[in-house]
Design a protein around this ligand. Structure first.
Ligand code: PMV
Length: 349
């Protein structure tokens, strides 16, 4: 066969949810029980870069992440490959002069510029870059929202990393998952002074995977239906309003309340799931203290499926917030040596 190789490279940043996705409506379609909303971080800080190539000489689909071969036979990766190839095939059927890339095997080479095992939403950036790189290779005309439908099937939170700025993943109401997609709520330029400090408390891999954790919560938590059906829908509306009005205090109140609600349903799962540890709880106390001293909300914590803290603040309060975080966490066991890992991230753009 010909040894010609076609390739394209794309990057996708990490996103950190302020209204959390936790619970699958369908494990097959990877649709959520509730909508969620996140802020996409800067490409310069935490991102995945992926080169997708295809060639008639490749024998199988393959993926290397930070130099190590990763299995792509799982249903999630296969769903993404199949959907992207189908879109390319439709393009080739319309324009017979195009090379038949949809029939070639794909090789993906991915690199994260942050520790993969650090529980820093690596799958979100990973699957977003995976989909974006193949879409670019195939020269697809689909919009980010259309591509988000594909990335969602790789990893739910990945659908939100197709956009910069403030992004909602609307859960959708169709039973085929077609309208379970990401939409941009506001571009980064709308509120460019939002920052995220990431406190790396542990770079150990998370104990309970998000998929198995979510399934256990949906099956056993009695608090969960109230969160998914009542609390989160109201918070989604309130969060969109806070972002539209650049109201940091409301943004902070909603962010912290939703992180606590997510970790509460984890604790209410049988057997209970603990993602936060003593250092995480110390971070919460420091943020509470910063806000008490400031007399208003100037910082907001949030935690995903691991102990690391992400702290949102406005650039105008950078000195107060980062200064207090460094001082306030100096005595926390298992944290001091990680202090150089405090990074201030600019939003995308
Ligand atoms: O996309 P997953 O399956 O890795 O789930 C991520 C879930 C949280 O990070 C805990 C919350 C969120 O909305 O990102």
């Amino acid at each position: 066969p010909s040894t010609e190789i076609f390739h394209a490279t794309a990057t996708a940043p990490v996103n950190i949810a302020v209204i959390k996705y936790w619970g699958k409506a369908s494990t097959k379609l990877n649709t959520p029980t509730n909508s969620s909303l996140s802020v996409t971080l800067s490409q310069d800080d935490l991102r995945t870069i992926t080169t997708a190539s295809c060639s008639p000489s490749f024998e199988s689909d393959a993926l290397w992440l930070n130099g190590a071969a990763h299995d792509v036979s799982n249903a999630r990766s296969q769903a993404c490959f199949a959907e992207l190839r189908a879109l390319r095939k439709a393009k080739e059927d319309k324009d017979q002069s195009l090379p038949p890339l949809s029939t070639y095997k794909l090789h993906l080479i991915s690199e994260n510029n942050f520790p993969t095992a650090a529980g820093l939403a690596s799958s979100a950036a990973g699957f977003a870059a995976f989909v974006r790189a193949i879409a670019d290779l195939y020269e697809l005309d689909e919009s980010p929202t259309e591509l988000s439908r594909i990335a969602r099937q790789g990893s739910g939170s990945a659908c939100r990393s197709l956009f910069g700025g403030f992004v909602a993943w609307e859960k959708g109401s169709r039973n085929d998952g077609y309208d379970s997609v990401a939409v941009q709520v506001a571009p980064e330029s709308h509120w460019p002074t939002i920052r995220a400090a990431i406190l790396v408390i542990s770079d150990a891999k998370k104990g309970v995977s998000s998929t198995s954790g979510m399934q256990a919560t949906v099956a056993t938590s009695t608090l969960f239906p109230n969160r998914a059906n009542t609390v989160v829908p109201a918070r989604m509306d309130a969060m969109k309003k806070a972002i539209a009005e650049k109201d940091f205090e409301s943004f902070a109140d909603l962010t912290m309340a939703d992180s606590n609600s997510f970790h509460a349903v984890c604790l209410d799962t049988i057997p209970p799931i603990f993602y936060m540890n003593d250092a995480s709880r110390a971070a919460i106390r420091v943020v509470e203290e910063i806000n008490r001293c400031a007399g208003k909300k100037v910082a907001a914590y949030t935690f995903d499926a691991g102990p690391n803290a992400v702290i949102y603040y406005d650039e105008s309060n950078q000195d107060i917030v980062l200064g207090a975080l460094r001082k306030g966490t100096a005595d926390v066991p298992g944290w001091t040596e990680k202090q150089p890992h405090i990074t201030a991230c600019l939003p995308e753009g």
